[in-house]
Design a binder for this molecule. Sequence first.
Ligand code: PGA
Length: 255
Amino acid sequence: MYRKKIVAGNWKMNGSVTKNVQLVSALTQSAPDNIEIILAPPALYLSGVKAQLMGSSIALAGQNVAAEGQAGAYTGEISAQMFADIGVSYAIVGHSERRQYYAETDSLVAKKCLRLREQGLKPIICVGESLAERESGQAEAVVSRQLKAVIDYCGVELLADAILAYEPVWAIGTGKTATPHDAQAIHAFLRQLVTIYDKNIANYLPILYGGSVKADNAASLFSMPDIDGALVGGASLVAQDFLAICHAAKASMVG
Ligand code: PGA
């Protein structure tokens, strides 16, 4: 099954006007073609980065989105419609930092996915287990619960225009990466789960790995059959590192 590799950079709460200009100009100069590259800067920098990306195929993502669909009195929130309005194509939903620090539940994540679909945006849906959950043998149960909440609420068709990201919480920002074998096992499990609903959608669904992806471990992760790219945090802030990951993704593509 041919699936194009995708590398997404989640800048989290990092960046400045000056730093962003430097980073984006380095990326546009040397980014490889034939893979999909997505950048998720903080929301207030999206328009500036968008202007700088003019003529480039690099796409943009929000890091979060409001669960409310209608414009209104929701202080601090940004709607899917607003992202669509400025030409953003994706938004990350259910990142473990949102689940952990902002108490986002499975059902809230599912609502956000629906808001994105209504506006023609693609969700990058994050799932992943904590260290305690992994150690007690619950990794599959946790990611399955998180993904099923989205499928049950939105329908499996949502996944025809979505990206799934497996991000074990214990690997995010810690320098500990899941081994390619362990990551592959969960990716295959997730794809199998989607197969139960729709085989075709499962076959085409891009499943990214996230959690301390670096230039030196990217190639071995990308060599796994169900790892279709990476959602990169820390290393996406350093042009050389992010570019090396993008080039590893391109090199891993057959043909
Ligand atoms: P990290 O973050 O690459 O810094 O571990 C990954 C993520 O949170 O998406």
